[in-house]
Every structure is written in C-alpha cells, then in structure tokens.
Design a protein around this ligand. Structure first.
Ligand SMILES: Cc1cc2nc3c(=O)[nH]c(=O)nc-3n(C[C@H](O)[C@H](O)[C@H](O)COP(=O)(O)O)c2cc1C
Length: 322
C-alpha cells in the first residue's frame, strides 16, 4: 500500500510502532521495520546519549530498513541531556524522529539540517497545526482511546481524525485504538495516511517485555483501563490494577490538593519492574482501550502481514460489494 506516509519514510506498509517507555528497544523496532513498517526506539528509556548510541547501533545490526527514535519531552526537575540525545541521533544517521510531549521547535533546526524527517505525536488539532507550522513533516494524531497520555481534551478518533483531515496539509497517521486491518481501513477512510500502534505491539512475540505484560493485555477488556493524574493535568491511560486502585483512592480523597509526591510510589520508577520483571501490581503502566481487541500474541511480522492482507480483502471485497 502506497500512501504519503510510506513515501515520506521509505517504508512498505503504513504501520508505525510508536515509542514506548521500556518496550521500544532495538528488538521491537527492528522487528517492525523488518516487517515493512516503521519501528521506533524510545530515546528516554536509554536516558544518556552513550546508551542511546549503543541501542541505535544494535538496531542497525538487526535491520537495514529505516527506523525512528522517539524523543519525549517531559517536564522534569533534572531534564535529560536532550541536545546530547539529538546529536547522537544525527551522528548515527537515524532517518526519522518521533517527537512527543511538547513542542519540539527547539530541536527542529538541527534535525532538519541533518535531513531527518520529524513526525510529532499530539492529541489535538491545534497542536497538530502548530507542529505543521514549525516544520514537522507529519503528525501522529493520538485520540482519547490511546494508551499513555491522551491530553485533556478527550476527543476520540472518530471526531479527531476527520477534524485533522479538514485542517492539516501535512500527512498524518491515526494513533490510539488501532489494532487490526479494520482500524487501518477506517483510519484511511477518515483521512489518515497510516496508523501508529502502541498497545497492540506490546502483545507480540518480538516485544522484549515480560510474558506477564503480554498476558495482561490479552486478558484485559476494553473496560479495564483507567485515567489517572487528571488533576495534575498529566492524564494517563493505564491498565487497572491494585496500584492504580490505590492511586485513585488518593485522588478521590485529596481532590485538587493532590500533588505528584502523593502518588510517587505508584508511578515513579515502576516501568522496569513491570516490563522486565513482570511484577504487574507494583505500579501504573500505560495501556490503551484497544486491549479489548487484542486476543493473541503473534510475531510482529505475522501481525503486520495479516493487517495488510485483511485490509486488502476489506477494501476489495467487503466494501466494494456494497
Ligand atoms: C506501555 C506504553 C508506554 C508508552 N510510552 C511512550 C513514551 O515513552 N513516549 C511516547 O511518546 N509515547 C508513549 N506511549 C504511547 C504510544 O507511543 C502510542 O502513541 C499509543 O500507545 C497509541 O495508543 P494505543 O496504545 O491505543 O495503540 C506509550 C504507550 C504504552 C502503551
């Protein structure tokens, strides 16, 4: 399938594996890229420029296809060495960067100068237009359904995607709630040029995370995610568990008085324990409503191949028979 996104990134299929903290390692990124999609290494999981350089080199050994690095800009008292991370990406010849979190304008000149394509992930039409105006090449439009940070507008993709299509000139992919061929065809019908998936890619054989994480997604329904940290204007969609219940009790009790320090035990530093040790109840971790559509753990290649084959039959049989 040729779309503006496959052309822009030089990939075969319009399917992107989005950056995911403690999930987006070289193994998963290379598997997604080798399968004809676009894999993404998560920059902040590596933390330092040296470690990121090492992870990029590992990925380059596993694939000769294009892959991306995700740079998530978070508010932090001790910010990561973003200029150093950007320099490593440039020096390693990474062709694509996925930015997220806040406006990446500060780093765009250096990235563009190096010929790097930038896709900015955001959750509203106004932020998408801002990304376009500062020179991003594409946008990943992340609807309210998404795992991770859906923003504060709560607009689901059935409204957000056609709104983005009405306003944007640069191409965009649909992100949040995407799982299969039906998602891809629907997203394209709504104006997207491809899809970005997070949760669905975790439940694959290639994702370098503990089996308990994959099983938790397979066993979850669409009713099992919760929104946390809304009163901190840092809303996150996570899979419900004991820690999330505890956290939500504190949110209920403290209301607007809640501070980050009150919930630090449930959210800070929990990813390595969950993703690598499989201690699932230790804290809150991002997961999309789309878990309700995930019932198997295929290889990334089988997942992407089946999406493309089934998309073809939806378009050429089901839809053309109406
Ligand atoms: C476990 C997990 C960790 C994530 N970490 C990040 C991250 O570090 N940076 C980022 O930009 N997005 C992150 N995301 C968001 C994904 O890249 C993607 O936008 C989102 O999962 C799409 O929604 P879906 O889960 O419904 O497919 C994360 C998502 C999950 C599920």
């Amino acid at each position: 399938m040729k779309t503006k996104i496959t052309e822009l990134f030089g990939i075969e299929h319009p399917i992107i594996q989005g950056g995911m903290h403690h999930v987006g390692f070289a193994e998963l990124a290379a598997a997604a890229s080798n399968a004809g999609g676009l894999g993404t290494i998560t920059g902040l999981t590596q933390g330092t420029p040296e470690k990121l350089a090492n992870e990029i080199a590992r990925c380059q050994e596993m694939t000769d296809k294009p892959f991306a690095v995700n740079l998530t800009f978070l508010p932090s008292l001790t910010p990561p060495d973003y200029p150093g991370l950007v320099q490593v990406i440039i020096d390693a010849g990474v062709p694509i960067v996925e930015t997220a979190g806040r406006n990446p304008a500060e780093y765009l000149p250096a990235l563009k100068e190096a010929g790097i394509k930038v896709i900015h992930k955001c959750t509203s039409v106004r932020h998408s237009l801002k990304a376009q105006s500062i020179g991003c090449d594409a946008v990943s439009v992340d609807g309210f359904e998404c795992g991770g940070h859906p923003g504060e507008d709560d607009i689901p993709n059935f409204i957000l995607l056609p709104r983005a299509a009405d306003e944007l000139e640069i191409p965009f992919v649909a992100s949040g709630g995407m799982a299969d061929a039906r998602s891809l065809v629907a997203a394209m019908a709504l104006g997207a040029e491809g899809i970005n998936m997070g949760t669905r890619f975790i439940a694959t054989q290639d994702a370098p995370v503990h089996q308990n994480v994959k099983d938790a997604i397979v066993n979850a329904s669409e009713l099992d995610t919760r929104l946390i940290m809304r009163s901190l204007t840092n809303t996150e969609r996570v899979l419900n568990n004991d820690a999330v219940e505890r956290l939500m009790e504190k949110e209920k009790a403290l209301g607007d008085k809640l501070r980050f320090e009150d919930i630090v035990d449930e959210v800070a530093g929990v990813y390595p324990k969950i993703m690598h040790e499989g201690t699932m109840e230790v804290g809150a971790w991002s997961c999309g409503m789309v878990a309700g559509l995930v019932s198997d753990i295929p290889t990334v290649k089988d997942l992407i191949d089946s999406i493309m084959t089934e998309a073809d039959s939806i378009i050429n049989q089901r839809l053309s028979n109406f």
